[in-house]
Design a binder for this molecule. Structure first.
Ligand SMILES: [Zn+2]
Ligand SMILES: [Zn+2]
Length: 143
C-alpha cells in the first residue's frame, strides 16, 4: 500500500506510489513537459531561465527532463555540469575537455601500439627498398 503524503507543490494529501507529487501535479507537469518540448522544437537554443519563466516550471524540473533524456537538443544551453570536473556544460554528462581526455586515455591504453604503426611501417618499407637498391648497386659494381 502507498504512503499518505502532502504534495510538496500544492499541499494536497495523496497516496504516494512512485512520484513525490500528487496525481494532479504530475498531470500538470506532464502537460508542461509537452508544451516545453513543442516550444523547443520551434525555438532550439532557448535557455533554462527562459523556459522556466515562460512556462512557470522550476529550473530543476527542466534539468531533470534533460538528464532523463526526455528533452534532447544540441543547441540547448542548459545549466548542467560535467560529472568529472564540474565545469558547466550544455548537454550530456561530460565537458568536451574531459570527454577528449577520457577518449585519449582509452586510446593510450588500448591502442598504444597501433597508434604509431602506420608511420613506422612506411619507414620500414622505405628502408627495405633502399637496402635492396643498395645491394643491387653493389652487385652491379661487381660486374
Ligand atoms: Zn499537488
Ligand atoms: Zn569536465
Amino acid at each position: 500500500m502507498g504512503e499518505l503524503r502532502n504534495c510538496p507543490k500544492c499541499g494536497k494529501v495523496f497516496v504516494m506510489v512512485n512520484r513525490n507529487l500528487c496525481p494532479d501535479c504530475v498531470r500538470e507537469e506532464e502537460e508542461k513537459f509537452e508544451q516545453v518540448r513543442n516550444y523547443l522544437k520551434k525555438y532550439p537554443g532557448a535557455t533554462v531561465e527562459q523556459i522556466a519563466e515562460k512556462f512557470d516550471v522550476e529550473e530543476n524540473v527542466i534539468l531533470r527532463w534533460l538528464r532523463e533524456g526526455r528533452i534532447q537538443d544540441a543547441h540547448l544551453e542548459f545549466k548542467l555540469t560535467c560529472q568529472r570536473c564540474g565545469t558547466p556544460i550544455r548537454i550530456g554528462t561530460l565537458c568536451s575537455r574531459c570527454a577528449q581526455e577520457l577518449t585519449s586515455e582509452m586510446m593510450d591504453k588500448a591502442k598504444h601500439k597501433k597508434r604509431e604503426e602506420p608511420a613506422q611501417k612506411m619507414e620500414d618499407e622505405q628502408e627495405k627498398i633502399k637496402r635492396r637498391m643498395f645491394i643491387v648497386d653493389k652487385l652491379r659494381d661487381r660486374d
